[in-house]
Design a protein around this ligand. Sequence first.
Ligand SMILES: CC(=O)N[C@H]1[C@@H](OP(=O)(O)OP(=O)(O)OC[C@H]2O[C@@H](n3ccc(=O)[nH]c3=O)[C@H](O)[C@@H]2O)O[C@H](CO)[C@@H](O)[C@@H]1O
Ligand SMILES: C=C(OP(=O)(O)O)C(=O)O
Length: 421
Amino acid sequence: MDKLLIRGGRPLAGEVRISGAKNAALPELCAALLTDEPMTLQNIPRLQDVATMLKLIRNMGVTAEFRSDNSVLIDSKELHFPEAPYEMVKTMRASVLALGPLLARFGEATVSLPGGCAIGSRPVDQHIKGLQTMGAEIVVEHGYMIAKLPKGRERLKGASITTDMITVTGTENFMMAASLAEGETVLENAAQEPEITDLGEMLIAMGAKIEGHGTSRIRIQGVDKLHGATHRVVSDRIEAGTFLCAVAATGGDVFVRDARADHLGAVIDLLRAAGAEIQAVEGGIRVRASGRLKAQSFRTTEYPGFPTDMQAQFMALNIISEGPAEVTETIFENRFMHVNEMVRLGARIQVDGKVAVSEGVERLSGATVMATDLRASASLVIAGLVADGETLVDRIYHLDRGYEQMEHKLRQLGADIERIK
Ligand SMILES: CC(=O)N[C@H]1[C@@H](OP(=O)(O)OP(=O)(O)OC[C@H]2O[C@@H](n3ccc(=O)[nH]c3=O)[C@H](O)[C@@H]2O)O[C@H](CO)[C@@H](O)[C@@H]1O
Ligand SMILES: C=C(OP(=O)(O)O)C(=O)O
């Protein structure tokens, strides 16, 4: 199992380029299944999750060519197996995104239930309920969601869907399904993340009729057929935010190319309040920091609030900043797995339910720590970059799910970090 060995204490300087967003690329690879014409997706990050998604759609009979320029050419004309087997779904929850497109185009889909993961139980009841409202018959048997259209029906039907909570992949499944449904679909309480907007733009380029993506109310007029198109995946705001926090923690001066300040409002506000200098400049964000920053309290909420996917990385900054901070995680019930590992590095943190209270310390001391999930891994890398001595981050297969060449990018900025096989 690969590990990362970090010798902390170096400030970061120079330039780093942000990759395409994992959380846009995954739904968009699924959206390509909505047409029998060739699709080109550009700026696809080389991540383990993308490899898993490509394996999943190839297994359905789709041709997908990953080119050296990070574009993927997809041809799903010959798709003959509209299924997502457990073996592939178990390592990546986002496989549930195959459900909406398969059902909409083929009138049937069999997708394994994803199950929970380290950060929470993560049910998909809203996905099922919403698609049922659109006329699908869905049974859950032997761990699979088996979905089809009733006899005599050829298409899903437009519907008004209001989910019990805001769900990102749920909203994406409904947008994709509704694009090929008969009539109008209105999604209330829709997620507003930039990845939703990006998916909406891709679907529109394919001929879908969508309004309001990026707001809490999305209207979709179904069309008979979608066509091939080329779409560039939006840059990854969570990867960008991770580098901003890393620089704020280590000190230094970095130009984060392709980072979108307009997608990082809540994170940037908090970094500025902590004392980091953040400038939106042409083509990216410049971040500068020196000395000890001030710890910041925050709560995670849906976009445009502070993202749960940045909670662990900001906590890594808090634990070495001055003063106390209270972090409230409102999206997932078990997303503090990094806390105990940070404590092993010398952090002072106490967790009580949804709230983690830290008191900043002046130094962390390197140790072996275990990554438990994707963003926890990133937070431990940040902590390792500031800790005295050597930090060994174990189980970085979690990190590889969602960060493209993180250690290369950090090394380019002057970090002392290496992958140990
Ligand atoms: C591939 C992808 O884009 N993943 C992101 C997506 O995950 P994902 O789309 O899985 O997260 P959701 O927005 O659906 O989850 C929000 C909350 O709703 C609950 N819920 C959701 C659906 C459902 O049917 N029933 C239910 O109870 C979840 O357990 C969670 O507590 O949004 C999360 C919240 O911003 C991010 O952390 C993930 O990185
Ligand atoms: C939780 C995440 O991803 P996923 O929904 O794919 O597990 C994440 O990107 O932080």
